[in-house]
Design a protein around this ligand. Structure first.
Ligand code: UGA
Length: 441
């Protein structure tokens, strides 16, 4: 919405949330307090906030005023009941549709922005059109699907220069109204119209195919380690084929983030629902390989530290699911840290953007007192028996290993799960090195 506000000064945008504290943070004069860290976001907020972008908790007034409403609530995996662990929990989407149905005035275009299971638009429509006043023709609705393809860490650039904008719907006029907004900065040929269900399904499939590439390269990383091949050379050679392309072939500790796993599981659920068990099994394997990758890294660490982690200090470098974000949802660091703690290790955790409070919300249920937070990366490494690099923050690439080597236990192990370090940086120092996908380990 900040980017839309920047490119469309004549459109007034209200961002509404029922969480008062979050809205207060979005309104805080100190831009360092914005609830989300995203490169470039605070500058845009600073520019548009109070002009044509406002943050408010006044839901009723905002719905009444709106010609177009973007439903952008979270849709996590359902925890209990039918489809638990696989399909999305739609309670917040449904609550939004009910509120819009009750409060809206005149004609309102409702846009699905949250990533949703296929055919959710049907649910939204049914709720909207069930509004008591509807038959009096005092209000009417059009429902569109406009999934978001931005990635965290590069969100602003992805929004400014999208590969495509997808608009799914049945009401041509409503689709054109939304297109009109994007035309303020996106080339016309990049704006695609589809039917509602194609739009919803395309979003799930785009994420599933991106995740599939990561699981493919991660599976090959293990093969490189045992055969003497090098995953970065293999990925480079594969990626030069213009039919394959070089992106999303970087091996790592497994994909994280709020979307990939959830979207694939939704695809699996949908396929099973329609009796397509082979299709479901195929996509499920992408998630299985992701779990396997995290598990094998943990096992590798235990094996190399003589099968025993009790009272050993391990420095964890990076807790975010990727660099340039403070988001920890589904971060591979979570499973790996929990498993290391379970072996008796004491973790010193460093991250450039994830806060101690955030880590404590995740780990403290099972693992209080088994980890501590370090603001300084060199403090985290002090007196450690090993370090595990889990996020590819650029700050970890050029650490002063000479300095570090003076204050570590011996033997000391570096586990580079992001393949960002160069062996030359510490080859004359007394440290052991394991790198993902490296046949020379
Ligand atoms: C992903 C998609 O890339 C976006 O297009 C989509 O809009 C978004 O999900 C969403 O549905 O919200 P995001 O999860 O923010 O974006 O970040 P990615 O860059 O896709 O990274 C996801 C995970 O895959 C990270 O853990 C990252 O480290 C890992 N990854 C990515 C790799 O291990 N290797 C790669 O080559 C690329």
């Amino acid at each position: 919405m900040a980017v839309i506000a920047k490119y469309c000064p004549d459109i007034k945008i209200n961002v509404v949330d029922i969480n008062k504290e979050r809205i207060e943070l979005w309104n805080d004069l100190d831009l360092n307090k914005l609830p989300i860290f995203e490169p470039g976001l605070s500058e845009i907020i600073n520019f548009v906030r109070g002009k044509n972008l406002t943050f408010t908790t006044d839901l009723a007034q905002s719905i009444k005023e709106a010609d177009m409403i973007f439903i952008s609530v979270n849709t996590p995996i359902k925890k209990t009941g039918i489809g638990a662990g696989q399909t999305s929990d739609l309670r917040w989407v449904e609550a939004c549709a009910r509120q819009i149905s009750d409060i809206a005035i005149g004609h309102t275009i409702v846009v699905e922005k949250s990533t949703l299971p296929v055919r959710t638009a049907k649910t939204i429509k049914e709720i909207l059109f069930a509004s008591k006043d509807n038959f009096k023709k005092e209000k009417s609705f059009s429902v569109l699907s406009n999934p978001e393809f931005l990635a965290e860490g590069t969100a602003i650039n992805d929004l400014k220069k999208p590969d495509r904008v997808l608009i799914g719907g049945e009401d041509k006029e409503a689709m054109l109204s939304l297109k009109e907004i994007y035309l303020n900065w996106v080339e016309e040929e990049k704006i695609i119209f589809t039917n509602l269900w194609s739009s919803e399904l395309s979003k799930l499939c785009a994420n599933a195919i991106l995740a599939q590439r990561i699981s493919s390269i991660n599976s090959i990383s293990a093969l490189c380690e045992v055969t003497g091949a090098d995953i970065s050379e293999v990925a480079n050679a594969i990626g030069k084929d213009s039919r394959i392309g070089s992106k999303f072939l970087k091996t790592g500790p497994g994909f994280g983030g709020s979307c990939f796993k959830k979207d694939i599981l939704n695809l699996v659920y949908l396929s099973r629902y329609y009796g397509l068990d082979d299709v479901a099994n195929y996509w499920e394997k992408v998630v299985d390989i992701n779990s396997w990758q995290k598990m094998r890294i943990y096992e590798e660490i235990v094996k190399r530290l003589f099968g025993n982690l009790v009272d050993k200090k391990i420095a964890i470098l990076g807790f975010a699911f990727k660099a340039n974000t403070n988001d920890t949802r589904e971060s591979p660091a979570i499973d790996i840290c929990e498993n290391l703690i379970n072996e008796g290790a004491l973790l010193s955790i460093h991250d450039y953007k994830v806060t101690e409070e955030n880590i404590s919300r995740i780990l403290d249920d099972k693992s209080k007192n088994c980890w501590h937070y370090c603001k300084d990366v060199y403090d985290a490494l002090k007196d450690a028996h090993a370090t595990v690099i889990l996020t590819e923050w650029s700050g970890y690439i050029n650490l002063d290993w000479k300095r570090i080597s003076k204050e570590i236990k011996s033997p000391f192990w570096i586990f580079d799960t992001r393949s960002i370090l160069k062996y030359e940086s510490f080859k004359n120092l007394n440290v052991n090195f394991w790198q993902i996908g490296n046949g020379n380990n």
